[in-house]
Unconditional design. Structure first.
Length: 129
């Protein structure tokens, strides 16, 4: 089954409930894309009120969703070529952003792997509550 812009919301809800882990990783990926362009506070102000009620409706724990949102936001902040934090770090370190882009890729891969693991295993963020 495929999602489309004109799709039935009830069908999307049923699919998401069948595969309970699907919405959180997808939300993390969407946040990475959107927050690479925006800074942290505007991104939270824009996307927090939009996506948090959806997460609650799908039964995702609030703490788990918040951790995914913050981790995704931090990855987006340092993802070249749009990440504002990336260019700020390059300016402070006095290095060329083109050369530093290659060096930051393993770090971003590790962060993305952590995002996927935490999104797929909710116990990691809510197990000790």
């Amino acid at each position: 089954r495929a999602f489309c812009a004109g799709g039935d919301l009830k069908e999307m809800d049923e699919i998401a409930r069948e595969k309970r882990r699907f919405p959180v990783p997808m939300t993390g990926l969407h946040r990475n894309v959107f927050e690479a362009v925006l800074e942290g506070i505007p991104a939270i102000v824009l996307f927090g009120p939009l996506l948090f009620p959806v997460a609650q409706h799908l039964g995702i724990h609030q703490i788990h969703y918040a951790i995914i949102a913050i981790l995704a936001m931090s990855i987006g902040l340092f993802t070249p070529p749009f990440g504002v934090g990336y260019y700020g770090a390059c300016a402070v370190g006095k290095c060329d952003p083109d050369k530093a882009a290659i060096a930051i890729l393993p770090y971003l891969a590790a962060l993305l792997a952590a995002l996927v693991v935490i999104a797929a295993v909710p116990w990691l963020s809510t197990g000790f509550l």
